[in-house]
Design a protein around this ligand. Structure first.
Ligand code: ATP
Length: 275
């Protein structure tokens, strides 16, 4: 279970009100896509869920317990860029998360626990389509491969909640369609509740179970500091998409749309992404 409840949450930076009156319940295993104009507070909202920022007013709970005031292993995060460490290999990047959850003091793994961690990391690397790239460094990977790595790095900590801040925004459409297929599979197969910020409405409706929007109803320059963005739209996808259950459409209406002349198989290989 991983139900998130926000009760009358406000966020202010100094005199500037960024978000106001956000009350929202995010069901366990939902995939919430969050949209809204630039600067309306989407990243700030994710930071509050991550524990990197605290609400100025109001409360946020995860399964009834107030969120810790700092990021914890129950929440993983993937940003648009720079989520992975450039000086570590693919395997090293994925193992790093494991090392930090395994030992609070030394952050290092030894013996049998190290062997099982390596095995788990290799499996996850394969699951995200990066088998064979374990010893490469991020600079040797394409953008799409780096985001696959960032997902593996977040998932090895077995978070209850995965927070995604425009994770696929910098990818070109073909690679983005491939990674959407992966993201959907990961969401179906793991016990994850996902909150994803995106600027791409199509992506929001392709992946989400629910699309929510923030908007500033009062956005004149003299009002910008005094009024924040509100939760202005809350749309449940129909027919409902349910984690772990097949779509009632066959094939799933949300499969990526192929450019003319291409078939699903043409998008299948992932190792060949050009760096
Ligand atoms: N640490 C901070 N200190 C002061 N103001 C901040 C801070 N972080 C964000 N802000 C302000 O809060 C507002 C919302 O920023 P945020 O990054 O959450 O918006 P966003 O909706 O994610 O934007 P974008 O879509 O462009 O990424 C902006 O006006 C920003 O300047």
């Amino acid at each position: 279970m991983s139900t998130i409840v926000l009760d009358n949450v406000w966020k202010e930076y100094g005199d500037q009100i960024v978000l106001e009156k956000v009350s929202l319940t995010i069901a366990s295993r939902a995939f919430v896509a969050l949209v809204g104009p630039s600067g309306c507070g989407k990243t700030t909202f994710l930071k509050m869920l991550l524990g990197e920022e605290a609400p100025t007013r109001g409360t946020i709970t995860l399964d009834g317990i107030p969120l810790m005031a700092e990021p914890g292993p129950d929440r993983g995060v993937v940003f648009q860029r720079y989520s992975v460490f450039p000086h570590l290999t693919v395997l090293g990047n994925v193992l790093l998360g494991k090392a930090f959850t395994g030992s609070k003091i030394a952050a290092r793994l030894f013996g049998a626990s190290k062997r099982s961690a390596v095995e788990e990391a290799r499996q996850l690397i394969a699951d995200v389509g990066l088998a064979g790239s374990e010893d490469k460094y991020p600079a040797q990977l394409s953008g799409g491969m780096q985001q696959r790595l960032a997902l593996a790095q977040a998932l090895i900590m077995k978070p209850k909640v995965l927070l995604l801040d425009e994770p696929f925004g910098a990818l070109d459409p073909g690679i983005r369609a491939e990674i959407h297929v992966l993201m959907k599979r990961l969401w179906h197969e793991t016990e994850l509740t996902v909150v994803m910020v995106t600027h791409d409405m199509r992506e929001a409706f392709t992946l989400g179970t629910r699309v929510i929007a923030f908007e500033r109803p009062r956005d004149r320059p003299e009002e910008r500091e005094r009024y924040g963005a509100l939760l202005s739209r809350d749309i449940d996808i129909w027919p409902p998409r349910i984690a772990g259950e097949p779509s009632i459409f066959a094939p799933d209406r949300d499969d990526p749309v192929m450019p003319l002349g291409l078939a699903q198989d043409d998008l299948a290989p992932t190792q060949g992404d050009n760096p």
